[in-house]
Design a protein around this ligand. Structure first.
Ligand SMILES: Cc1cc2nc3c(=O)[nH]c(=O)nc-3n(C[C@H](O)[C@H](O)[C@H](O)COP(=O)(O)O)c2cc1C
Length: 182
């Protein structure tokens, strides 16, 4: 089983990260880190508590957790949604929380790292930081709407975005309708 890290930071749409983690956990060993501010955003936006099944959930302040070491062997990592704050920290090489440390580990180990940066519009600083990380192999995958997947409601649109993230992780899924599929 692949070890996948799902990191969730405090950008709008924390519920997307929660749904993503639940999908990843169905077929992978799923490790989840949720920033303190992500918990606050989830509560403010959706009045929801965190509910992720069959995954190991870590405290973001626990920088001694297994994930903090490259030797733990996380295969691929995704941070979704990724706040501008977390983007800036990853770009600058900060490792002051378990989430930012896990991203720094993915970079140093040359493992797959995907970031679903969510902001609208993007500042030039954020665009430059994303361009730099992209040049280092990081996949920049913001939660962007697409209308070609027979979208009928918000759930379909969320599944489209989550499906694209699962595709980026190399996880087979049928949660959205692909172009050309009947
Ligand atoms: C309801 C709410 C929505 C937010 N949405 C965003 C957002 O979409 N993108 C973003 O970069 N920051 C957003 N923020 C601000 C971040 O939560 C803030 O910058 C925080 O420091 C991020 O912390 P973290 O990166 O450690 O999770 C939002 C804050 C709140 C309260």
């Amino acid at each position: 089983m692949r070890k996948i890290l799902v990191g969730i930071s405090g950008a709008s749409g924390v519920n997307l990260g929660v749904k993503l983690a639940n999908e990843v956990a169905k077929t992978n060993e799923c490790h989840v880190v949720v920033s303190k501010n992500a918990k606050l955003v989830l509560e403010k936006e959706q009045k929801l508590n965190l509910s992720i099944k069959n995954a190991k959930i870590y405290d973001d302040s626990d920088i001694s957790a297994s994930l903090a070491s490259g030797s733990f062997g996380i295969d691929s990592s995704i941070i979704a949604p990724c706040s501008i704050n977390t983007l800036a920290k990853i770009h600058a090489g900060f490792s002051d929380t378990l989430l930012t440390r896990a991203a720094a580990v993915a970079l140093k180990e040359r493992r797959k790292l995907i970031i679903g940066v969510r902001e609208m519009p993007f500042s030039t600083i954020a665009l430059e930081q994303m361009a730099k990380l992209s040049s280092l192999g990081v996949v920049i995958a913001p939660p962007i709407l697409g209308y070609y997947a027979d979208i009928k409601n918000l759930e379909d649109m969320e599944n489209f975005i989550i499906g694209k993230w699962l595709d980026a992780l190399g996880i087979e899924n049928q949660i959205y309708k692909r172009w050309g599929e009947e």
